[in-house]
Design a protein around this ligand. Structure first.
Ligand code: HEC
Length: 190
């Protein structure tokens, strides 16, 4: 190869190289390869299905507490009762205040404390203050008994309700029996 031929050959290589580099740059400009922040063609999926599952999974009622009653902390329950004592007395023969006296309330008839003027909603319940009813009412009074005049938001924490209800149970000459294993199991299955 003489010098001239070699120069042509080298120039050819150089041009080729430059062309390839230009090609790559061009391709980069035309086809940016950084990751897209979101799908370039977003696929619309109606999220009603998600909403339905969420609603079904959200706890709709009060969490179970029956299993917690036996080992509940009565002292903690008594402390929580301070949230109620502006409106309720708890001692035997205690006065009705804004709300009725709550001595011996576990398993007592609903709306039955003598001398207290209940709302029509509560007076019309006609059931008993079972553990389950107390759990539901104390969780969200106004949802559990729509139209009640008990102006209280409720106790969100299951342990607080269990401690308080266990303490309420102790306010009796003969406390209501603790829930049986069957009752605990059927409450958990609900
Ligand atoms: C702001 C006042 C107020 C507070 C606070 C309050 N209550 Fe009441 N409570 C009432 C009133 C009023 C009623 C009667 C509701 C009705 O007639 O609808 C009532 C009714 C009840 C009943 C039904 C009694 C029955 O004889 O049927 C229970 C049980 C009860 N309250 C428990 C509690 C507990 C436990 C707390 C505390 C965690 C509490 N309440 C906090 C005012 C209150």
């Amino acid at each position: 190869m003489d010098d001239l031929k070699f120069n042509k050959f080298a120039a050819g290589l150089l041009c080729g190289g430059l062309l390839i580099m230009a090609g790559i740059k061009g391709a980069e400009i035309l086809l940016p390869h950084h990751t897209l922040e979101q799908n370039a063609y977003p696929i619309e999926v109606a999220d009603t299905a998600g909403a339905v599952t969420e609603a079904a999974e959200a706890p709709s009622g009060p969490e179970p507490i029956l299993a917690m009653l036996e080992t509940a902390d009565l002292a903690a329950g008594e402390k929580i009762s301070q949230k109620c004592s502006a409106c309720h007395s708890f001692n035997d023969g205690g006065k009705n205040k804004v709300g009725p006296n709550l001595w011996n309330i576990v398993n007592a008839g609903q709306g039955q404390v003598s001398g207290f003027a209940y709302s029509a909603a509560l007076a019309g319940l006609g059931g008993q203050w079972s553990y389950a009813e107390l759990n539901g009412f104390l969780h969200k009074p106004k949802t559990w008994v729509e139209g009640t005049k008990m102006n209280y938001n409720g106790l969100k924490k299951p342990k607080d309700r269990a401690d308080l209800i266990a303490w309420l149970r102790s306010l009796s000459v003969s406390p209501a029996p603790l829930p049986t294993a069957e009752e605990i199991a059927s409450e958990a299955a609900q």
